[in-house]
Design a protein around this ligand. Structure first.
Ligand code: F0G
Length: 482
């Protein structure tokens, strides 16, 4: 993708695939969009997909699959036990990551459930660059504590730092000193930190962390859900990786870890998940939980068709053309917004483009969920569904007080190979209009707030009639246009 030069024109990402199956999209008129978001409690998770024009909620389970993946699904070996499909998938993972043992699960959070059950006890600590929602929930449910050790510079929204997901080694050493190495259940690195903008982790940082873990006898775990984007950034941003193939970089990363788990809804463009384990004893400790929570050992809750597709998808992930598409489209979107003075996370990362709601709607206090309000407003003016990744995605303290998020983001995910560049340009245009009219956007308040993972089901309403005013301004500027 990156290798073709343009003549006499600003270069744009060039897709190294063609589209052979399409799905019709609808763009509802704005008053119907207002109705839809109101009925969804201003929670984009609760919108009906039929009411959405561009679904940028997530890349999870919605990446486009290749013809080879679909073809592989047809030869799946449908057996409860001992399926040849399982062997093909386990062999592919062994080939890529070099770990001897593999446990299949139905998706990424199921891996977290098993890891937490086996490794986390009350009073133990999981040190990590940054939490993911489900990861933290599983660790705290087991009575564990999460320590976030991303370097302070990683939390700066605008930056030109190439690896904002890196852990601050001094912070890790301080945490080990504070709790004692025996209380650290494991060190977890999320390669491609989801909640702070899909920002990558450098191979150098991974290697430095390995040294600290070995020195203290601490288990070292990789969440590889967003590894594909991370590998691309290693290749283009890290000197030591420039002359290595994606397969070689992958192996250098994998060789550092004791355990690698992933959501196959992201990595491998299929649906499912899995845990790769180096140590036999550890494998046996976790294995018993798979039939209990997931399914028998040779499918773990996944359909065999998805397992076949995953084996092919993992192989395709070793292709730079394939993994560069997402980050390059994201860079295009981020750079365009940035040029127009619209606050976004920089440098561009993986997963999607992240609007910085703290600056976009700096008049909305965190207690009124600025990122949630911005996501709602964006849907109203564009039919685009993004995801709040801010205070709404946090959980309250036991005493009921709010945990204000470090960052208030609206994530606009670009699932791999799904959108066209003109759709990205439409998104940029509507975001630019919204930015011009940002003072019209107001806050949100809860009508119904669930106690756990409230962002999934929570219902909210606007604190005033700002949404009607926004619609009126849109009408005045765009007339009858959708
Ligand atoms: N780890 C990371 C880094 C993730 O991004 C996700 C999911 C998971 C674990 C859990 O995996 O969904 O298969 O159970 N992220 C999705 C998202 C939900 O939209 O970003 P899962």
């Amino acid at each position: 993708m990156a290798t073709v030069k343009f003549y006499g024109e600003e270069s744009v990402p060039l897709e190294m695939h063609k589209v052979r199956i399409v799905q019709k999209l609808n763009l509802l008129p704005i008053d119907q969009r207002l109705k839809a978001i109101s009925e969804a409690g201003n929670n984009t998770f609760l919108l009906q997909n039929a009411d959405v024009f561009l679904d940028m909620l997530t890349d999870s389970g919605v990446n486009a699959m290749s013809d080879q993946q679909l073809a592989a699904m047809m030869v799946a070996d449908d057996a409860y036990a001992g399926s040849a499909t399982y062997t093909r998938l386990a062999d592919k993972l062994h080939e890529i990551f070099g770990m001897d043992y593999f446990l299949p699960t139905h998706q990424g959070r199921a891996c977290e459930h098993i890891l937490a059950k086996v490794l986390v006890q009350p009073g133990t600590v999981v040190a990590m660059n940054y939490h993911f929602t489900t990861t933290k929930a599983h660790i705290t449910l087991q009575g564990g504590v999460v320590e976030e050790l991303v370097a302070d510079a990683g939390l700066e929204v605008t930056s030109d730092l190439p690896f904002k997901g890196d852990i601050d080694i001094a912070k890790l050493e301080a945490v080990i000193k504070k709790y004692g190495a025996d209380k650290i259940a494991f060190v977890r690195v999320e390669s491609g930190t989801n909640l702070i903008g899909g920002q990558p982790v450098s191979l150098k940082n991974l290697a430095d962390l390995r040294k600290v873990c070995s020195q203290h006898g601490i288990l070292y775990v990789l969440d590889a859900s967003l590894l594909a984007d991370n590998l691309y950034f290693n290749k283009i941003r890290e000197e030591s990786c420039k002359n290595l193939s994606i397969r070689e970089i992958t192996r250098k990363v994998a060789d550092l870890f004791d355990i690698i788990y992933f959501s196959a809804r992201k990595l491998g463009c299929a649906r499912g998940g899995g845990i790769c384990i180096r140590d036999k004893e550890l494998y046996f400790k976790m294995r018993g939980l798979v039939p209990l929570y997931e399914g028998f050992l040779t499918y773990g809750g996944m359909s065999v068709r998805e397992m076949e597709a995953l084996a092919v998808g993992l192989e395709e992930t070793m292709d730079e053309d394939m993994i560069s598409q997402g980050p390059q489209f994201i860079a295009c979107m981020v750079n365009d917004l940035d040029k127009r003075g619209i606050p976004v996370i920089t440098p561009p990362g993986g997963l999607g483009c992240h609007l910085d709601a703290k600056r976009f709607v700096d008049h909305i206090p965190q207690s009124q969920y600025p990122a949630g309000a911005l996501a709602s407003a964006l849907y109203i003016v564009s039919g685009i569904r993004g995801m709040e990744r801010g205070t709404l995605s946090e959980q309250r303290e036991p005493d009921g007080s709010e945990v204000f998020a470090n960052m208030e983001l609206v994530r606009l995910a670009l699932p791999r190979r799904v959108f066209t560049l003109s759709q990205v340009k439409y998104a940029v245009d509507r975001i630019a209009w919204l930015h011009e009219n940002r003072r019209l956007i107001g806050g949100l308040e809860f009508i119904d707030e669930p106690p756990i993972l409230r962002f999934f089901y929570g219902l909210l309403k606007p604190v005033s009639d700002w949404q009607e005013k926004l619609v009126a301004k849109f009408r005045a500027d765009f007339g009858d246009s959708l």
